[in-house]
Design a protein around this ligand. Structure first.
Ligand SMILES: [Zn+2]
Length: 144
């Protein structure tokens, strides 16, 4: 049994909550709707673009199409519920590593703070997400 005590500080959770609210406001604000249409290289919410190098992050941040907006809003709402302890699962717990930690990152089974800063609605750790995005489709990847 792995530890179920989240490693995140109150201030990190508070910061994450603020970020989620800000992102949601941006997505639902008509004047700023076009922000969701910007290509990824101009950023969606990026305060520290240099940190967002991986393909996984780029894909997650590439909102691209408006029809993805509602999906994103839902993801944000779910993440917000998790941050507030109202979710079905704890905030930041990697879905892949929950039952069987893959030990691919230091904080396993918890998603690293850097990743949650970049993608606060993330449900998998970076390493797992890269594998899901990257390649070996065949076989035993998680399907919810
Ligand atoms: Zn993981």
């Amino acid at each position: 049994m792995t530890s179920r005590i989240p490693p995140y500080s109150e201030s990190f959770l508070e910061e994450t909550r603020r970020r989620l609210i800000e992102l949601r406001t941006r997505l639902t604000d008509d004047d700023l709707a076009e922000a969701a249409l910007r290509p990824v290289d101009q950023g969606v919410s990026l305060e520290h673009p240099a940190e967002y190098g991986s393909d996984a992050h780029e894909q997650e941040l590439n909102l691209g199409l408006l029809e993805e907006e509602s999906v994103r809003i839902q993801q944000i709402d779910e993440a917000m519920a998790r941050v507030d302890g109202r979710g079905h699962r704890p905030f930041g717990l990697c879905e892949e590593c929950e039952d069987e930690p893959k030990r691919l990152c230091r904080s396993c089974p918890w998603i690293a703070e850097e990743r949650l800063r970049a993608v606060p609605w993330a449900r998998n750790c970076t390493a797992v997400q890269e594998r899901l995005d990257g390649g070996e489709e065949e076989g035993t990847r998680l399907e919810e």
